[in-house]
Design a protein. Structure first.
Length: 300
């Protein structure tokens, strides 16, 4: 039990606002509402760090940073990408924190995926790399609005290690592959289904909560200022795992229990499914973040 002297007195002043994108800040059209844009710009103007967090790669987050028009400020200089495996500094134009999946994990997962007739992808800030372009890899590229690159000697390429591997494909196949990979890797990798058609492989002990904690330390915030954020992300990650498990139980046994935890998220997934063709047709807002030499640009 915390000592009385350790408990915060009154309301804590906000120092950092960390927001997930999908199913949180973005609406059904994958946009940030005008009301939220105004609120977040106001927060940044008050000196509160506004940090967008996502499972997406860095370049896929940039259109939303551009929408807020805060990247040139101290309050808007950081984003958290790849489910917390990367903290990117927009002013320094580089990752200042990252965790990578071990090469042997990537190679083994790629081999297993091929046994199921699937292809894998790995991520860099502005590119999705894959061995073969398919309908599923194009879907990921279209949804993220970042470049898809086919690598001829893909297995050698994987040996350098990457922050994330994603396996897109038929949901039924991914459920089966997930069980195999979890058995193969144990605690050496985090294997989970983020969307029905996306199976992800991340480093162990990697998450948005951990990245927020690291960033809070990096910018010198006292621990109490991000305590609530850490607990919210821990609960969120727990709920995601429970939803995936319960959907699998319903699929395999017809069990209808535990539905309340997942009802809202499942409905959102259904809506996204109905809007799937429309989402693919949507064009990202103009976001020229690189000059002719390929250098990153930041609004000032």
């Amino acid at each position: 039990m915390a000592k009385e002297s350790d408990k915060p007195q009154g309301k804590l002043p906000a120092k950092i606002i960390a927001l997930d994108l999908d199913d949180t800040l973005l609406d059904s059209h994958q946009q940030i509402s005008e009301e939220n844009v105004r609120a977040l710009r106001r927060a940044a103007a008050l000196g509160i760090y506004v940090v967008l967090c996502s499972g997406r790669a860095e370049d896929a987050i940039l259109p939303f940073v551009r929408r807020l028009e805060i990247a040139g400020t101290q309050s808007g200089r950081y984003i958290i990408a790849v489910n917390g495996c990367s903290v990117f500094d927009l002013h320094e134009r580089k990752r200042i924190y990252n965790k990578t999946v071990a090469p042997e994990i990537l190679l083994h997962a790629n081999k297993r995926a091929k046994e199921f007739g699937l292809v894998t992808e790995v991520y860099e800030p502005d590119t999705i790399h894959t061995e073969q372009e398919t309908e599923w890899t194009r879907l990921d590229s279209d949804l993220c609005h970042i470049r898809l690159n086919v690598v001829p000697d893909y297995e050698t390429f994987l040996k350098q290690g990457f922050v994330k591997m994603l396996i897109p494909g038929d949901p039924d196949l991914l459920q089966k592959l997930q069980a195999v990979l979890k058995s193969d890797f144990g605690n050496t990798a985090n294997v989970f289904i983020s969307k029905p058609y996306f199976l992800e492989i991340l480093p162990p002990d990697c998450g948005k909560g951990e990245a927020i904690s690291w960033l809070s330390d990096h910018i010198g915030l006292p621990p109490r200022n991000d305590h609530g954020i850490r607990r919210q992300h821990e609960r969120r990650e727990h709920d995601k795992k429970m939803c995936v498990r319960n959907r699998h139980e319903k699929r395999t046994s017809g069990n209808q229990g535990h539905g309340s935890l997942c009802d809202g998220k499942d409905k959102r997934r259904e809506r996204r499914g109905r809007l799937h063709q429309q989402i693919r047709a949507l064009k990202a807002e103009s976001c020229e973040w690189k000059d002719e030499s390929g250098e990153w640009k930041v609004d000032n």
